[in-house]
Ligand binder design. Structure first.
Ligand SMILES: [Ca+2]
Ligand SMILES: [Ca+2]
Length: 152
């Protein structure tokens, strides 16, 4: 019988060029799907959860996972997704936390000068395409962007 991850991989190969899986090194195996439809952070998270059992907005635990994801979204950028939501949120204590796992940020890849909480309401983390690369930035969660779902 296929494991759930194998069935996700099968579905990816058959149907979805916007979905990729990581399976190397010390990083826990996951698959990811870039969603092109522009939605605010809350809508983006609800959409990911609808895509599969355990699916949620992406959480980035390691440098290896981050590198894989930045390569993936750069490669898929013909989609014109310049801003992409993740599950990262600044919670009331000011600590950045991955909402999908409940864990505070360990590894980080913030762009220089970020997070800057511009105008005091940038409480969600996005991948932001600027000067040829994607970077981490804090951004207001009401804005409508693409999103990246993770199937752990
Ligand atoms: Ca992850
Ligand atoms: Ca910012």
């Amino acid at each position: 019988m296929e494991s759930r991850l194998e069935s996700v991989e099968h579905w990816m190969k058959e149907n979805d060029k916007d979905m990729r899986c990581i399976s190397s090194g010390n990083t826990k195996q996951s698959c990811y799907k870039l969603v092109h439809q522009h939605m605010n952070w809350t809508e983006s998270r609800a959409n990911c959860k609808r895509l599969g059992d355990g699916a949620d907005l992406v959480s980035v635990e390691t440098a290896e996972e981050n590198e894989f994801l930045l390569d993936m979204i750069l490669d898929l950028r013909k989609s014109r997704c310049s801003r992409i939501w993740t599950s990262g949120r600044r919670i009331s204590s000011g600590v950045w936390t991955w909402k999908a796992t409940g864990q505070p940020f360990g590894y980080t890849y913030w762009m220089s000068q970020q997070p800057d909480n511009w105008r005091g309401n940038e409480d969600a983390m996005e991948f932001w395409y600027l000067s040829g690369y994607f970077h981490w930035n804090d951004r207001q969660p009401e804005d409508k962007y693409c999103s990246l779902c993770e199937f752990p």
